[in-house]
Design a binder for this molecule. Structure first.
Ligand code: GAP
Length: 447
């Protein structure tokens, strides 16, 4: 599918097929017919998602001196979810059809009079609350005392550890705590590949600031920082928007909130939420646990509850966005024959690309070429994500374009004579001939 005004530049069918064909994303437990809302990442998808997470972690934790990293357990004390409001409020309203027994989200139906699947009238039940938290039980007894939840967000692990962390890390507000980890939600309507799933990874930053009048300025700073991050990694600005929530759309305690949205093939979808949450979360845990989570300010000799600025991004959704955003299908003309062909390219940012450099011999039946290409690939391996491959030259380039490899190194007969190789640029398809000893420096500059 080519890009035209107002039309998506790719369909979800094309992305799903490419994701499977090249080993980015597979349906979980496919040999048993799959299981709805769960996906596995293939060899390239696992690296893609890791690169997205590393890019987030580097920016949010490693390159700052006011954010510390953290990693909490998936299962927490059940009271956590009482204090956070998830037990009472984390619901979807569902209706069942008494005829076909299908279940629907009430807010997804145009009317409650007619079943959208079997078409029968007056067969839908009144809406009932369905809690989205996944349950499990701890230990051998399956009674209610053993009931626990798989966390629906990673943030609560940070809140309940607030004091442990600021004391051990010797931090004082303004400072942040960041973590990346799995979350689980029993979504009623999972769909659009990894966009809405039941097991996913979140990257959450909880930034605590003093109540000194600068809280909104901190919020704005984080919104700008997150805008910069998406733009640094090349997400097309025309397909990204920062939607400001109205007071009616945000929780009563939140002073401001923004949803970061991407224009997916089916429409706008949320990638991340950034919110000014006031003191709500720490207060809620103090109230239920009876423990003090305030901060003692030595200078002012007073305790206070810090204000919280949150940035919460879905790593599966971000990886999917990178995949979709990078996709282009284009017609190319062979310089010599003038023949037109089509190529699919994933124009990944070099830091996100699962493979950064492909290395091939011009002919796989010439041992000198094969040996030289393998040696070059081995030598580059500690410095870049490399892949050795061999076969038909056109197909080799086509495959690397389709997995988004920014550079391909070709070892040919001239390489054996003078030690040079050609380096092909994915986007311009330009080929530079350079000395193999210069390869590392050449690639380092461009990756
Ligand atoms: N602590 C705040 C929080 O969890 P959220 O808006 O519910 O906020 C944050 O979730 C992000 O987590 C979303 O913007 C999205 O990227 C991701 N996310 C939420 N539910 C998801 C699901 N079912 N599948 C994939 N990602 C999901």
């Amino acid at each position: 599918m080519t890009s035209t005004q107002g039309q998506p530049h790719v369909t979800m069918d094309e992305i799903t097929a490419l994701a499977k064909r090249r080993g980015f994303i597979f349906q979980s437990s496919e040999i048993y017919g799959g299981i709805g809302g769960f996906f596995d990442y293939g060899p390239l998808g696992a690296i893609l998602k890791r690169n997205v997470k590393d890019a987030w972690w580097r920016e949010i934790v490693e390159l700052r001196d006011d954010v510390v990293g953290f990693d909490s357990a998936i299962i927490m004390h059940p009271n956590t979810w009482v204090a956070s409001g998830h037990v009472a409020q984390f619901h979807d309203r569902l209706v069942d059809c008494k005829n076909c027994r299908h279940r629907f989200r009430a807010d997804h139906l145009p009317s409650l009079e007619k079943c959208p699947d079997c078409g029968m009238r007056d067969t839908l039940t009144a809406p009932r609350n369905f809690n989205l938290m996944m349950q499990t039980s701890i230990g051998p007894m399956e009674d209610s005392a053993a009931r626990a939840y798989l966390r629906p967000e990673t943030a609560q692990g940070i809140f309940v550890n607030f004091k442990n962390i600021y004391q051990s890390a010797r931090k004082k507000p303004p400072f942040g705590i960041a973590q990346i980890g799995k979350s689980f939600r029993n979504e009623i309507t999972p769909g659009n590949l990894t966009f809405r799933v039941r097991e996913f990874e979140q990257a959450e930053l909880e930034f605590f600031v003093p109540d000194d009048g600068n809280d909104l300025a901190w919020y704005e700073q984080w919104v700008s920082a997150r805008k910069r991050w998406y733009s640094d990694y090349g997400v097309n600005e025309d397909r990204l928007r920062f939607y400001e929530l109205t007071p009616q759309e945000r929780p009563h305690y939140a002073k401001a909130g923004i949803d970061v949205e991407y224009l997916f093939p089916w429409g706008w979808g949320e990638l991340e939420s950034i919110a000014h949450r006031g003191t709500y979360d720490l207060q809620a845990h103090m109230q239920l646990s009876g423990k003090d989570l305030t901060f003692f300010d030595e200078a002012g000799k007073a305790k206070y509850t810090p204000i919280l600025i949150e940035s919460s991004a879905g790593m599966d959704r971000t990886a999917l966005t990178m995949l979709i955003d990078a996709y282009r299908s284009e017609t190319i003309v062979d310089a010599e024959t003038r023949k037109e062909t089509n190529r699919v390219v994933l124009g990944f940012h070099p830091k996100i690309a699962p493979v950064q450099v492909g290395v091939f011999p011009l002919a796989r039946n010439k041992p000198e070429l094969v040996e030289r290409a393998k040696r070059i690939e081995r030598e580059l391996r500690p410095h870049a994500r490399t892949q050795y491959d061999e076969g038909n030259v056109g197909q080799l380039y086509r495959r690397q374009d389709e997995i988004g490899t920014p550079f391909c190194v070709m070892v040919d007969y001239q390489s054996l004579d003078d030690g040079s190789v050609t380096v092909r640029d994915r986007d311009s398809m330009r080929q530079d001939r350079i000395d193999a000893t210069q390869l590392r420096a050449y690639l380092a500059e461009r990756l």
